[in-house]
Write a protein that binds this ligand. Structure first.
Ligand SMILES: *[C@@H]1O[C@H](CO)[C@@H](O)[C@H](O)[C@H]1NC(C)=O
Ligand SMILES: *[C@@H]1O[C@H](CO)[C@@H](O)[C@H](O)[C@H]1NC(C)=O
Ligand SMILES: *[C@@H]1O[C@H](CO)[C@@H](O)[C@H](O)[C@H]1NC(C)=O
Ligand SMILES: *[C@@H]1O[C@H](CO)[C@@H](O)[C@H](O)[C@H]1NC(C)=O
Length: 389
């Protein structure tokens, strides 16, 4: 393994990868940049993940702006109730086919408002509605970086620009002085594009944006190389919490299993790898890279997605190589609503150093609602849904 890395380090391709690796770590040191993330004194780190906010619908009618106000109220309630250490906006931040190109990114200020005003660090993945003729993933990423330089950890490290470049990772340390992170949060860009009616900003789908999966040409190789560098530098690959907007296709296979949380949107052929309702299998290079990252050790704690507003469960089975696949539910008043997703929610992960230090790490997760209640708490790990694994 060390030999491989040394060979890699001596080849030309390794230079930008190693550069991306060290620049990730160096970002923490830059004056005015985001700070080094750490667990608290009790060894806890709580992540709240909001998905499918769909800001900017119905700009010209009263229900549109009212809907966005409702979303910020829902987020405010959940943030006050949970007091998370980190927030993940897991895609479909803006309904891109409804908005104007000249002011689309302005919606991000409303969306990030409740989180930013509480000084909570955050980052984003982007969804199919964040790519349209009026807006794209790179524009949202650049706006977020420019306007939230100390709070945002979002980056565009690899992947095709501008539709699919939001792939990056963020380290979380047990304490300030540590060199080896206790947790890596990985974020992936599942691309896709939402077309609108011809008279709207959406327009037709450009052929170079017509993909519904994480880029199979650049990202799997990058995961492999970044995790090899982690192993080389840190002598271990820390437990991973993964966020990507469009669920992996394995989620379709897990959907019928009995698991806590809403099951309103299944079976859904809108998972990664589908094109024109036909499964292409082109999401598998990404999925297989996650399976390799886990290496059967249970270090991939969960792969969490939005996209299906009426799904808010977590499940694992042999079909997912034992890796838990989770859904976010619905945190926005924009976008469609299903019977059980009327009360908006976040998915929360309660990470703890002792839990991560076990031979096979575990993580607690639950749904947290705008009505100040929580539900569906489970502990993801080797005991969860053991009978299917
Ligand atoms: C906003 O929330 C209020 C209070 O829950 C509700 O009555 C109203 O229908 C919501 N409006 C929209 C546009 O979602
Ligand atoms: C963008 O401009 C439109 C048209 O003037 C307006 O209705 C909308 O509220 C604006 N959006 C933002 C976020 O400023
Ligand atoms: C998908 O369907 C559209 C419209 O029916 C067609 O134009 C396009 O060529 C199809 N794409 C593929 C990859 O089959
Ligand atoms: C809050 O919403 C959740 C999710 O729909 C529901 O299970 C719970 O009963 C509600 N609680 C209250 C107090 O309304």
């Amino acid at each position: 393994m060390i030999l491989t890395i040394l060979l890699l380090a001596s080849s030309a391709v390794a230079v930008p990868l190693a550069h991306s690796f060290t620049s990730t770590l160096n970002t923490r040191l830059q004056v005015g940049g985001p700070r080094k993330l750490t667990f608290n004194a009790q060894g806890n780190f709580k992540v709240a993940s909001f998905s499918d906010m769909h800001f900017g619908e119905g700009e010209e009618v009263t229900w549109g702006p009212q809907q966005d106000v409702n979303t910020t109220i829902a987020h405010t309630h959940i943030l006050n109730n949970e007091r998370p250490d980190y927030v993940v906006f897991n895609g479909d931040l803006i309904t891109g086919e409804n908005v104007f190109a000249f002011n689309a990114t302005k919606y991000l200020d409303q969306l990030f408002g409740p989180t930013a005003s509480r000084n909570i660090p955050f980052s984003s993945t982007h969804g199919n509605h964040d790519n349209s003729l009026a807006i794209n993933h790179l524009e949202e990423i650049e706006y977020e970086q420019k306007h939230y330089p100390t709070l945002s950890y979002t980056r565009a490290d690899v992947g095709p620009k501008p539709w699919g470049c939001g792939n990056y990772w963020v380290p979380v340390y047990a304490k300030q002085s540590d060199f080896v992170p206790a947790l890596i949060m990985w974020f992936f860009d599942s691309r896709s594009f939402t077309a609108g009616a011809p008279q709207q900003a959406g327009g037709p789908i450009p052929p170079e944006a017509n993909f519904y999966w994480v880029d199979e040409n650049t990202v799997p190789q990058w995961i492999k190389q970044q995790s090899a560098l982690m192993g080389f530098m840190w002598k271990k690959v820390p437990p991973a919490l993964v966020f990507v907007h469009i669920p992996v296709q394995k989620a379709d296979i897990l959907a019928p299993l009995p698991s806590a949380g809403d099951h309103d949107d299944e079976p859904d052929p809108a998972t990664q790898g589908f094109l024109n309702d036909t499964y292409t299998g082109l999401d598998l290079p990404f999925w297989n890279a996650l399976v390799a990252l886990d290496a059967g050790r249970g270090t991939v704690l969960a792969v969490t997605s939005g996209h299906d507003h009426g799904e808010s469960w977590c499940a694992r089975a042999t079909a997912s190589s034992g890796i838990p696949i989770c859904f976010n539910g619905h945190s926005g008043y924009g976008g469609y609503v299903t019977e059980h997703s009327m009360v908006r929610n976040a998915r929360v992960f309660g990470l703890n150093l002792a839990d991560l230090g076990r031979r096979v790490p575990v993580v607690r997760t639950w749904n947290s609602y705008e009505n100040f209640t929580t539900n569906d708490e489970v502990v993801l790990g080797p005991e969860y849904m053991k009978e299917y694994n």
